[in-house]
Design a protein around this ligand. Structure first.
Ligand code: FAD
Ligand code: DLZ
Ligand code: SF4
Length: 512
C-alpha cells in the first residue's frame, strides 16, 4: 500500500487498546491504516504517576506490534520522534496531510476535553471524521441518559439491578437475583483476622520494549510524584488475562469478606488490581464479570464475594461513566460545600504523623495504587473533613493513580469523596471519625495519635475534624435525612465538650 492509497485512517488512543474497538471494526488491512501517537499534551496535561505513563506507552507499543503481526499498517509516532507536534490535533492533521485518507474514524474518548478536540476536527480537517460510540462499556450513553431521564434522584443500586437484568449476570433461571438478594454488602465489612497473610500478587518483569519506556519516563518525568522502579503491571492483553485468572483463583474467594479492610504494609489485600487494565482496554468489563461469575457457578468463590466484585464493575464503573457524560462539563466545577483549603503538602510526600494517611500515600507513591476504601475513607475523607479545594483534590487523584482517567476519577472524587456535587452521586457525604478507620484497619495501633481521644494534642485528628465538618456545614447538610443522627448526637454533647472539640480541630488545622 502506498501513502496515497489509504482509505480510512483509524485512530487508537492510549486507553483504547482493544482489538474489537469500534474504530477498528470493519478495518480492511489492504487499504486502511491505524494511527497511534505518543504526545506531550497527554503525558503532561496532568503530572501523571510515572508508572501510569509507563503503563500507557508500553501497552500502546505492544498493542501496535500485535496489530502489525496481524498484517495491519500502523503509523506509530513515538514521544521523541522528529516533528512530533505534541498534540492529538497536531498529529491527526499531520497524518491526514501525509496519508490523504478518504476519511478518519475515531472512537469517542474517555475525557471531555478530548471529545471537544475530536469535534473540532470535523471543522479543521479536510476529510470527514466519524466518531463512533465506545461499545466496550455495557451501558451506552444513550441508554444511561434514558434511564436517568425524569428520575428525581439517581442511585447506583437501581441502575445496577437494571444492568443485572440486562446482562443476566448472577441471575437465576426464573429471572431472580442469584441467592435471593441483589446485594450482599452487609457481609462485606470484615476486618482481617490477625496473622492472615494476603497472597503474593502476580507481577510482570518488564521486557525490552517496556524497559525502553521505563528509561524514557525515568529521564523525562523524574520530577513527578511516584517511583518508577519496581514497575510490574501487565502491558499486554495476554498478561492482563493471566493477572485476572490469578486474582480469581487466589483472591476472589476472600474479596467480599475483606473488601473494606486495610492493613499496615499490605497494599493489595484481596483486591482485583484490574482497574488499569479495564480502563486502557486490555480487559473488557463483561469478560471480567463473567470470569468471577464462573468461579461462583463452579463453587470456587462464595456469592458475597462474586456479587460484591461484579457490582463494582457492572454497577459502579458503568454508573460513574454514565454520570460523567450526563453532567459534564459543569460537573468539574462543582463545589457544593464551598471548600477552598489547599491540599496539605504531605499528600505529595507521605510525611505525616497520621499513620492511615502515611500508609495510603506511601503505597500510592510506590505502586500508583490504593484500594477503594483507602481512596474514599482515608485520603478522600480527610480532604473532605478539612474542606480541601475540589479542584486540587481532583488533580491529586488524577496525578497519583495508575488507573486515573477523568471519566471515572472525577465522579468518584467530586461526587463520592468530597460531596462537591451536592448529592448527585451519593446520598450523603462519606464523612467519618477515626472510629471507622480503627474498625477496618490496624493503622491506629501503629499511629502516634490516639483514636479514642477527641480533644487535645494527641487526639486522632479525624475525630475533632469530623464534628467540625458537621458544625461548619450545618446549613447545607442538617436537613439531609441521612445526617439527622450525627447532628442529634452533636447537639446532645455538653457545650464545653463541643467547644473543646472545635478548638482541637482548629488548632490542628492551624498547624497543617
Ligand atoms: P477492586 O476493588 O478489585 O474492584 C474491581 C473493579 O471495580 C475495579 O477494578 C474497578 O474497575 C471497579 N470499581 C470499583 N469501585 C469503583 C468505583 N467507585 N468507580 C468505578 N469503578 C469502580 N477507579 C478508577 O478506575 N480510576 C480512578 O481514577 C479512580 N479514582 C477514584 C477516586 C476516588 C476518590 C475514589 C473513592 C475511588 C476511585 N476509583 C477509581 C474507584 C476505585 O477506588 C478503583 O477502581 C479501585 O480501587 C481499583 O482497584 P482494583 O482494580 O483492585 O479494584
Ligand atoms: C494517559 C495517556 C498518556 C500519559 N499518554 C498518552 C499518549 O501519549 N498517547 C495517547 O494516545 N494516549 C495517552 N494517554 C491516554 C489519553 O490521555 C486518553 O486517551 C485520553 O485522556 C482520553 O481518555
Ligand atoms: Fe488515622 Fe486517627 Fe487512626 Fe491515626 S488514630 S491511624 S490518624 S484514624
Amino acid at each position: 500500500m502506498t501513502d496515497a492509497s489509504v482509505r480510512a485512517l483509524r485512530l487508537v488512543l492510549g486507553d483504547q487498546l482493544t482489538e474489537s474497538l469500534s474504530s477498528l471494526q470493519g478495518l480492511d488491512s489492504t487499504v486502511d491504516a491505524v494511527l497511534m501517537v505518543e504526545v506531550a499534551d497527554e503525558t503532561d496535561y496532568v503530572r501523571h504517576h510515572p508508572q501510569k505513563i509507563v503503563l500507557v506507552l508500553a501497552a500502546m507499543r505492544h498493542f501496535a506490534a500485535s496489530l502489525r503481526d496481524r498484517g495491519i499498517r500502523v503509523e506509530y509516532v513515538t514521544l521523541d520522534a522528529p516533528g512530533n507536534s505534541g498534540s492529538f490535533s497536531g498529529e491527526i492533521a499531520r497524518a491526514v496531510e501525509r496519508l490523504k485518507p478518504e476519511r478518519v474514524i475515531v472512537t469517542e474518548p474517555g475525557e471531555w476535553r478530548v471529545l471537544e478536540m475530536m469535534r473540532d476536527w470535523r471543522e479543521t480537517l479536510d476529510v470527514p471524521v466519524e466518531i463512533r460510540s465506545d461499545d466496550r462499556f455495557l451501558c451506552s450513553l444513550g441508554e444511561f441518559a434514558r434511564w436517568a431521564d425524569g428520575r428525581k434522584q439517581l442511585r447506583m443500586e437501581y441502575f445496577y439491578r437494571e444492568m443485572r437484568r440486562k446482562t443476566g449476570l448472577l441471575m437465576d433461571v426464573d429471572g431472580n437475583p442469584e441467592g435471593g438478594a441483589w446485594n450482599f454488602d452487609s457481609q462485606n465489612r470484615k476486618n482481617l483476622p490477625k496473622g492472615l497473610r494476603p497472597p503474593q500478587r502476580l507481577r510482570f518483569p518488564p521486557d525490552a520494549v517496556t524497559e525502553e519506556v521505563i528509561s524514557l519516563v525515568s529521564e523525562r518525568f523524574a520530577d513527578h510524584f511516584g517511583r518508577v522502579d519496581g514497575f510490574g503491571y501487565a502491558v499486554t492483553r495476554q498478561d492482563a488475562l493471566r493477572a485476572l485468572r490469578a486474582f480469581v483463583t487466589d483472591c476472589l474467594p476472600s474479596f467480599g469478606d475483606y473488601q473494606d479492610a486495610m492493613k499496615q504494609d499490605s497494599p493489595f489485600l484481596y483486591h482485583g488490581l484490574v482497574s488499569a487494565y479495564l480502563n486502557i482496554g486490555l480487559l473488557l468489563p463483561l469478560e471480567v464479570c463473567r470470569a468471577a461469575e464462573q468461579a461462583y457457578l463452579a463453587g470456587q468463590a462464595p456469592l458475597n464475594a462474586v456479587e460484591g466484585f461484579v457490582r463494582q464493575i457492572l454497577g459502579w464503573r458503568e454508573y460513574v461513566r454514565g454520570l460523567y457524560w450526563l453532567k459534564m462539563p459543569d460537573y468539574a466545577a462543582t463545589n457544593f460545600l464551598n471548600a477552598t483549603r489547599d491540599l496539605p503538602d504531605f499528600y505529595w510526600s507521605g510525611e505525616t504523623g497520621l499513620n492511615c494517611l502515611a500508609q495510603s500515600i506511601r503505597q500510592t507513591r510506590d505502586h500508583a495504587y490504593a484500594h477503594h476504601i483507602q481512596r474514599l475513607m482515608v485520603t478522600g475523607c480527610f480532604a473532605l473533613l478539612i474542606g480541601a479545594d475540589p479542584v486540587q483534590v481532583n488533580r491529586w487523584y488524577m496525578e497519583v493513580y495508575i488507573d486515573a482517567f477523568e471519566w471515572v476519577e472525577l465522579p468518584n472524587t467530586h461526587g463520592m469523596a468530597l460531596f462537591a456535587d451536592g448529592g448527585i452521586m451519593a446520598s450523603k457525604p462519606y464523612a467519618a471519625s477515626g472510629k471507622y478507620i480503627d474498625r477496618m484497619s490496624d493503622y491506629c495501633r501503629n499511629c502516634r495519635y490516639d483514636v479514642k481521644q477527641n480533644t487535645g494534642p494527641d487526639a486522632c485528628p479525624f475525630n475533632a475534624l469530623y464534628w467540625r465538618f458537621l458544625e461548619n456545614n450545618r446549613a447545607l447538610l442538617s436537613r439531609n435525612p441521612r445526617m439527622g443522627m450525627p447532628y442529634r448526637t452533636w447537639a446532645k454533647m455538653a457545650e464545653d465538650k463541643r467547644a473543646a472539640i472545635l478548638q482541637t480541630a482548629d488548632a490542628f488545622l492551624d498547624r497543617l
